[in-house]
Design a protein around this ligand. Sequence first.
Ligand code: T3D
Length: 264
Amino acid sequence: MADASILTVREGAVTVITLNRPQSLNSFTAEMHGRLLPALEAAAADAQVRAVVITGAGRGFCAGQDLNDAGMAAGAGGAPDVGAVIERLYRPLAMRVRTMPVPVIAAVNGVAAGAGANFALCCDFVLAARSAGFIQAFSKIGLVPDCGGTWLLPRLVGRARALGLALSGDKLPAEEAERIGLIWRCVDDAALMTEAMALAQRLATMPSKALAETRRAIDSAMAMEFSDALTLEADAQRELGRLHDFGEGVAAFLAKRAPVFKDR
Ligand code: T3D
């Protein structure tokens, strides 16, 4: 369906998910959430899928919550219960992206604001078009960063820059976002999807299980003592070392041939 709020296309081992409400800069409605999470679940459950690319239709990536559809859960006294919306819609989305069994690339084609910015930052790689920008828009409407922003921002760019971005709500251009380490790379607008697909296809040939474990280990180690991180690494290597992909990787190296990985 060309006019569905979420479009999903398979290109070989890569699923491309497009946020498709360009008239509202692909801002999130409850209806769109209701399609996006199942699209991610389907990619996670499909053994043939080994990488996911998420992008936006039109000139924006995602402007966060659709403010015409905001505060959908009424709390006590009829006041909006924004917390309930976060728990019901944004938490499952952020957790799904952060625990996908395959790498997830955000191809940020235009402005990414509010939860749209932090949804992108939840992904394993953020590639952004040079004309794109990132806005922690929450302070302008009396909210705090959500969709993982309070956790992600200081880890990515440090407290000073996290606070600067979150308190000011200023737009951070893609080039500057790359320079300060908020995102992986800024590329020319015309090259965005080519670069994102090339990265996704390359990741799809790599050992998916090890990539997902690497994400988990790095995220977990951030809250650990050094010696505990060493234990975590040993536990991960113990598990991975028993799997097909480790044997295949070593055998392929010794035989000077390309490996064929299959664990997921
Ligand atoms: O229930 C809850 O609220 C819980 C969840 C909260 C999480 C959040 O994400 S809170 C943050 C919500 N997002 C924002 O506050 C961003 C609002 N948008 C903007 O500040 C600007 O649109 C941008 C800086 C992102 C882009 O500016 P610009 O000048 O390039 O575009 P524009 O003209 O403002 O927007 C184009 C159209 O998209 C426009 O519609 P129109 O006038 O052409 O009919 C605009 O109203 C619409 N649009 C943009 N963002 C949203 C939106 N419509 C609804 N909700 C939006 N978030």
